[in-house]
Ligand binder design. Structure first.
Ligand SMILES: NC(=O)c1ccc[n+]([C@@H]2O[C@H](COP(=O)([O-])OP(=O)(O)OC[C@H]3O[C@@H](n4cnc5c(N)ncnc54)[C@H](O)[C@@H]3O)[C@@H](O)[C@H]2O)c1
Ligand SMILES: O=P(O)(O)OC[C@H](O)CO
Length: 339
C-alpha cells in the first residue's frame, strides 16, 4: 500500500459511505465525517448507514465522526462527497485544519447557484494560496449501491498533474472499481454536473410516456449541448465522449437508480417539484445544477435548448409536454451546428 496514514471522507451519504467503505476494505484507516449526529451514533453502534446506504455492513477500518477536525486534521488525503449546495460551507469550516500539501479528491457533482462555480472553483476562491492543496475530481458512471455491491464500475480521476491523478488512481482502484486518469479537470467536473440536467429531461420524457426514440434523442442532443458549454469553458471535447460525459449521461438517463431521472419522471407524470422534493433526504443535484447551467449558458452565450426547457419546467412551472413540443418545433438545424 503506497499511501499511509488515515484518509478523511467528508459526507456520509450513499456515495461518501460507499467510497469510504471501498477504501476501508482496501486496508486504509478511514475517518468518515457524518453531518447528522444521530446517524453518526447509529453507524458507530450498528456499522450500518441506515439513512443513506442500508443493507451494507461497514468495515471496522472505518470510523464515523461528527466533528470535522478529527476527519481533516493531519490527513494527507481527503475525499469530498457533500452535496454541492453545502460544499462551500463545509470547505470553509475545514480550512483551519487543512494540512498544507494535502490531496483533496472531489467526488461531488454540481455547480454552485450563487457563483456558477464548480467545486474546484470554490476551493480556488476560498484558499489563500492556490498551491496549498492538490485538488482532483473523481467522476463517472457509478451508482453507489452498485459499487457497494462490487459490480464492475469504471470512473475517471482528473488532476492538474499526471502524477497526482495516478496516485489517486492507485489508491481507489480495486478489482471491481477501475479508475482512469485525466488531466481535464474542467471537463470532468462540468460533464459530471451537467449530465444531471439532461437526466431530469430524460426522466420527464419517460414520465410523459414517450418512447426510446425520445430518450435516445435527448441523450444525444443533451451531450451536444453540454459539450458545447464545456468546450467554451476550456474543456477538452473528448472528455464528453468519456466516462464522466457519455458514460455518466447514459447511466443517469436510463438507470432506475438515478435520483435525477426519478425527479424528471415524476415531473412528467404531473407532480410539482415542491411535492417531489418534500420529505426526501437524498440529493438530486440536477435540480439546483439546472439553475446554474441555465445562467452559465446565458453568460457564456451558448445555446442549450434542453437545459433551458428543464429550467422552465423546474422553476417557471412550464408543462413538460409543452417543453417537448417546443424542442421539436425549433428551427431546423444542421446536426454539427455550433459543435
Ligand atoms: N449516490 C450516488 O450514486 C452518487 C454517485 C456519484 C456521485 N454522487 C454525488 O455525490 C454527492 C453526494 O451525494 P450522495 O448520494 O452521497 O448523498 P445522499 O443523497 O445519499 O445524502 C445526502 C448527503 O447530504 C448530507 N447533508 C445534508 N445536509 C447537509 C448539510 N447542511 N451539511 C453537510 N452535509 C449535509 C447528508 O449528511 C448526506 O451525506 C452528490 O454531489 C452526488 O451527485 C452520488
Ligand atoms: O442518482 P443520481 O441521479 O444522483 O446519479 C448518481 C451518480 O451521479 C451516477 O453516476
Amino acid at each position: 500500500m503506497e499511501h499511509s496514514g488515515p484518509i478523511g471522507v467528508l459526507g456520509a451519504g450513499a456515495w461518501g459511505t460507499t467510497l469510504a467503505q471501498l477504501l476501508a476494505e482496501k486496508g486504509y484507516p478511514v475517518d468518515l465525517w457524518v453531518y447528522e449526529e444521530d446517524l453518526c451514533g447509529i453507524i458507530r453502534e450498528t456499522r450500518v448507514n441506515e439513512y443513506y446506504l442500508p443493507g451494507f455492513v461497514l468495515s471496522e477500518n472505518l470510523v464515523p465522526h461528527n466533528d470535522l477536525e478529527s476527519v481533516v486534521k493531519d490527513h494527507d488525503l481527503l475525499v469530498m462527497v457533500v452535496p454541492s449546495h453545502v460544499y462551500r460551507q463545509v470547505a470553509g469550516r475545514m480550512l483551519p485544519y487543512l494540512k498544507p500539501g494535502a490531496m483533496v479528491v472531489n467526488a461531488t457533482k454540481g455547480i454552485e447557484n450563487e457563483t456558477l462555480l464548480t467545486m474546484s472553483g470554490i476551493w480556488k476562491e476560498i484558499l489563500p494560496d492556490q498551491d496549498f492543496i492538490h485538488e482532483l475530481s473523481l467522476s463517472g458512471p457509478s451508482f453507489a449501491r452498485e459499487v457497494s455491491q462490487k459490480i464492475p464500475t469504471a470512473v475517471t480521476v482528473a488532476g492538474d498533474t499526471i502524477e497526482a491523478a495516478q496516485y489517486v488512481q492507485r489508491i481507489f482502484s480495486t478489482d471491481y472499481f477501475r479508475v482512469y486518469t485525466s488531466l481535464d479537470k474542467v471537463g470532468v467536473e462540468l460533464a459530471g454536473a451537467l449530465k444531471n440536467v439532461i437526466a431530469v429531461a430524460a426522466g420527464a420524457c419517460d414520465g410523459l410516456g414517450f418512447g426510446l426514440n425520445s430518450r435516445a434523442a435527448l441523450i444525444t442532443r443533451g451531450l451536444a449541448e453540454i459539450s458545447r458549454l464545456g468546450v467554451k469553458m476550456g474543456a477538452h471535447p473528448l472528455t464528453f465522449a468519456g466516462l464522466a460525459g457519455m458514460g455518466d449521461l447514459v447511466l443517469t438517463c436510463t438507470g432506475d437508480l438515478s435520483r435525477n431521472r426519478s425527479v424528471g419522471m415524476q415531473l412528467g407524470q404531473g407532480k410539482k417539484l415542491k411535492e417531489i422534493l418534500e420529505g426526501t433526504r437524498t440529493v438530486a443535484e440536477g435540480v439546483k445544477t439546472t439553475r446554474s447551467a441555465y445562467f452559465l449558458a446565458r453568460r457564456m452565450e451558448v445555446e442549450m435548448p434542453i437545459t433551458e426547457r428543464v429550467y422552465q419546467v423546474l422553476y417557471e412551472d412550464k408543462d413538460p409536454r409543452t417543453a417537448v413540443q417546443e424542442l421539436m418545433g425549433r428551427d431546423l438545424k444542421h446536426e454539427l451546428e455550433h459543435a
